[in-house]
Design a protein around this ligand. Structure first.
Ligand code: UN1
Length: 497
């Protein structure tokens, strides 16, 4: 199917795809796919006011009824799965299976959120005073801003939107400037769900297109009480303090520098498969991508030999071809960042295998994934480069390996390959991995929506998806009700007038 057909199937008109100020290029071949209209900073005032108006109506709709909207969104996503996935491939350069997987992740969170819409549980609390009851209730917060990155151009919005909507909050989404079309397509899918729902307030779901100044309007507005931002640590270090300064709540999903420890007892055949998927999948452009391999000295040569063999035959190329496993990097700047990281790694004592430009459609940035054997965790290893570079280090004792795994500024995802129960549990213990995600015998990427997703340190501390992530989108209220004819004070305080 041509990309013109995909855009038509998703409901785009020619007028929406031409004449705008933002040129959209496909990483596949650098060709311009559309020129979309950008939101102006002046328009942001009305966007936020409209979200506030939607909030006043939506917050009183019963939560299970709000869940019905998200159920319909899930149905519409199922109906548009192939087209939206094809657009993800076109605009973000993901291979077909990963594009489909990303849309599936959206459907999964919708299903999850529908269930949550009937489980926004508070507490009944034992009061110390006779004739009193205490309860805790969760209420909607207000408009929720979502700033997302190019690499998961649609799923990140859905993790936030599905929960925010059942929690009673409108959503304003600022996607990456690199992937506005997928966001506009999601908005169209959402609008179909809204029509079927019937009586939702206008402006419950809005998309704003533009650069940092548009995002900043959300970041700075006290009328956007929840701000969820996914992207670089640099971006988060600006957004976090600004939201805090106006007493807003931020949910930050920033950089990762994810490691795998490979212990002497590891099933190396399985480890190789896990390493290759997590290090080169999505061309190393996931926040959960495997970037550091910490391998026991006794199995190092065997493992590195197997990896070099696997790396040498990986199919790089047009992500639309069924045989391709590694599509393009998102743009020229990414290619340059990769080459610069490899040069720094060499200066810091690394031996580079791979990493050269690869064949692919003209105009796209295609690279061979790189394996870099490092003498230790030098500066470049501690830095997240969004490209398929895997640094390999070795260790002798598990304590040493865990210390190395934790000795980076980021704290998103981690894993160990071992068949030794003691080692696995040490890795998962309080003295083990310091990351938000710690796995055993699977790689660090490809998390399911049932678990809380996010990480510590420079990863930002936010959590999306998972059992109680909904609490991040609601405010908590404690109520004490006196049904007696007395007025006893807590803590035995006497205050007779
Ligand atoms: C991201 O790269 O921003 O765990 C998110 C994963 C996916 C999400 C990645 N479920 O790899």
């Amino acid at each position: 199917m041509s990309h013109a057909d995909v855009l038509k199937n998703l409901g785009f008109t020619d007028a929406e795809l031409t004449g705008g100020t933002l040129a959209v290029r496909s990483p596949i071949d650098g060709a311009e796919v559309a020129q979309v209209r950008e939101t102006t900073v002046d328009e942001m005032t009305a966007v936020i006011a409209n979200a506030q108006a939607a909030f006043r109506a939506w917050r009183t709709v019963p939560a299970p009824r709000r869940g019905e909207l998200v159920r319909l969104l899930g149905e519409e996503l199922r109906a548009s799965k192939e087209d939206l996935a094809a657009l993800v491939t076109l605009e973000a350069g993901k291979i077909v299976s990963e594009g489909l997987g990303e849309v599936q992740e959206m459907i999964d969170i919708c299903d999850f959120a529908v269930g949550i819409s009937r489980q926004l549980y508070g507490l009944t609390i034992a009061s110390e005073r006779p004739g009193h009851t205490m309860t805790e209730t969760w209420h909607p917060m207000g408009p929720c801003g979502v700033i997302s990155a190019f690499n998961f151009p649609v799923a990140v919005w859905s993790w936030n939107a599905a929960l925010a909507l059942v929690c009673g909050n409108p959503v304003i989404w600022k996607p990456s400037e690199k992937t506005p079309l997928t966001a506009l397509a999601c908005q169209k899918i959402m609008e179909r769900a809204l029509v079927r729902f019937g009586d939702a307030p206008a402006h419950l779901s809005q998309v704003v297109i533009g650069g940092a100044e548009i995002g900043d309007a959300l970041v700075q507005s006290k009328d956007v009480p929840v701000l969820s931002a996914t992207g670089s640590t640099r971006m988060g270090s600006i957004v976090g303090p600004r939201v805090a300064a106006r007493w807003g709540r931020s949910i930050l999903e920033l950089g990762g520098n994810n490691a795998m420890i490979v212990a002497p007892s590891a099933d190396l055949e399985m480890a190789v498969r896990a390493i290759v998927f997590s290090a080169v999948g999505t061309a190393g452009q996931r926040c959960t991508s495997l970037r550091r391999l910490i391998v026991h000295n006794s199995v190092r040569d065997d493992l590195v030999g197997r990896l070099k063999k696997a790396y040498a035959s990986l199919p790089v190329g047009d992500p639309r071809d069924a045989a391709t496993l590694i599509g393009p990097l998102v743009d020229q700047a990414s290619g340059e960042a990769m080459q610069s990281a490899l040069a720094q790694a060499k200066e810091q004592g690394g031996a580079v295998f791979g990493g050269a430009p690869a064949e692919g459609p003209k105009g796209g940035v295609y690279v061979q994934p790189a394996l870099v054997e490092m003498p230790g965790q030098s500066a470049i290893v501690k830095h997240e480069t969004f490209a398929p570079i895997l640094y390999v280090m070795s260790y002798d004792t598990l304590d040493e390996a865990i210390a190395m795994q934790n000795d980076v500024p980021q704290g998103l995802s981690s894993c160990i390959f071992t068949l030794d129960l003691r080692e696995a549990n040490q890795f998962l213990s309080a003295a083990g991995s310091d990351c938000g995600i710690a796995n055993v015998n699977i790689g660090p990427s490809g998390a399911e929506i049932g678990g809380a997703f996010g990480g510590e340190k420079e990863t930002g501390g936010g959590r999306e998806s998972g059992a109680d992530a909904w609490k991040g989108y609601m405010r908590r209220q404690t109520s004490t009700v006196n049904f007696s004819a007395e007025l006893p004070l807590a803590q035995g305080v006497k205050f007779d007038i």
